[in-house]
Design a binder for this molecule. Structure first.
Ligand SMILES: Cc1ncc(COP(=O)(O)O)c(C=O)c1O
Length: 390
């Protein structure tokens, strides 16, 4: 058996196995304890583990797998994706700093920057991010961080990660990216120069819609600092049981992602060719306008995509309600197919500011049978008028 696994499937299945240490148990047991007592006579903190807010053997299994998958030195897990995002951002900035963030970013990330960080004198400029110049033009003397989400998870626009990182390095700025859509299997931003990679494990990493968790991956020095400062002080460490479930999810990540990808592509192509659909947004489509960047950055695709059906608001919302297998829900990346109407109930100015077109519907393609899902879409789309293709 190889000592250091090289392939993602080997990392997902076997990194951190330690049969000898754990009485031959085939998986690392669940250490559901807050405290690790110290040996009498030994100094405080001299043991391998001390207190589960700082570190825990069950949590370390998930962290080691993620660090290897993302080709980073060290990973830390958090109680949610937002826990990871807020800790990563706060570790990169100080009072009076300026952040540049991609406009289409996940809503609560935007609010964290726009509302929470603003209370502490931090300003953020949101840029479209399609051109590297968008970031360059926004740089100020007090800029500290460029925050990316590529692809974005409403319209699936990519940012040129390598070029943005070169710009950041030339200006002494840090870069952080939300890599959740691609998973560590299909995109490795550290190899492209990114300083901090973030995942919400509530999506594909967990994969079973039974946990809320998050993770950061970066260099050892930065991660040690976050472990001792942001994660320890904000107290947003992952719970061992959640980490145990996360590891269980990660063991099957490669096989699940293969099916999410296959079905995502098949459904995106079906929707693109459907006469009652105006436009489809998905990096796995040959019609996506950023083919060069897709080939450069992505090694595969997941199953989250969006589209604009034909019809009035009422007709589109009725279409969403008439889907039988796609349950309506805001999350994604689980075993189950989901649908969410996104581009509704906003005024034109908000749609423009957030970069969300009117009538946008997002689906997370799950692991059900492909023909079951296609039939479901077929019966629901049949009620809509014919589309003017965009
Ligand atoms: C793209 C993206 N990033 C981050 C998050 C936040 O993750 P969590 O819900 O685990 O805090 C989400 C949640 O939906 C998301 O969709």
């Amino acid at each position: 058996m190889k000592k250091y696994p090289m392939y993602a499937d080997d990392i997902c299945t076997h990194t951190s196995d330690d049969y000898e240490k754990h009485l031959g148990a085939v998986i690392t047991p669940l250490f559901q304890n807050s405290l690790f007592i110290q040996k009498k006579g030994e100094s405080y903190g001299s043991g391998e583990f001390l207190y589960s807010r700082m570190s825990n053997p069950t949590v370390e299994v998930a962290e080691k797998k993620l660090a290897e998958l993302e080709k980073g030195e060290k990973s830390l897990c958090f109680s949610s994706g937002m826990g990871a995002i807020s800790s990563g951002i706060l570790s990169s900035i100080g009072h009076g700093a300026h952040v540049i963030c991609v406009r289409n970013v996940y809503g609560p990330t935007r609010s964290f920057l726009e509302v929470f960080c603003k209370r502490f004198g931090i300003e953020t400029t949101f840029v479209p991010g399609l051109e590297v110049q968008d970031f360059e033009k926004a740089i100020r003397p007090n800029t500290k961080l460029i925050y990316l989400e590529s692809p974005t998870t409403f319209l699936f626009w990519l940012q040129d990660i390598e070029k943005v990182c070169q710009l950041a390095k030339a200006n002494n700025l840090l870069t952080m990216i939300d890599n959740t859509w691609a998973t560590p299997l299909y995109q490795n931003p550290i190899e492209m120069g990114v300083d901090i990679v973030m995942h919400t494990a509530s999506k594909y990493l967990g994969g079973h819609s039974d946990i809320v968790a998050g993770a950061l991956i970066s260099g050892e020095e930065r991660m040690n600092k976050i472990q001792e400062e942001e994660r320890a002080w904000l107290g947003n460490t992952i719970d061992p049981h959640t980490a145990w479930l996360m590891t269980r999810g990660m063991r099957t990540l490669p096989v699940r992602m293969e099916k999410h990808q296959q079905q995502g592509i098949a459904i995106a192509e079906y929707l693109e060719n459907h006469p009652r659909v105006q436009q489809v947004f998905f990096p796995g489509l040959k019609s996506h306008p950023q083919q060069d960047l897709i080939n450069k950055q992505l090694k595969g695709f997941s199953g989250l995509l969006s589209f604009i059906p034909a019809g009035t608001d009422e007709q589109i919302l009725e279409f969403v309600d008439s889907l039988k297998w796609f349950q309506t829900g805001c999350s994604w990346g689980g075993f189950e197919s989901l649908v969410i109407p996104i581009g509704f109930g906003m005024d034109a100015e908000t749609e423009e500011r957030l970069g969300v077109p009117h009538g946008l519907v997002r689906i997370s393609v799950g692991l059900e049978n492909l023909y079951t899902l296609l039939e479901d879409l077929d019966q629901a789309l049949a009620k809509l008028p014919l589309a003017k293709k965009r």
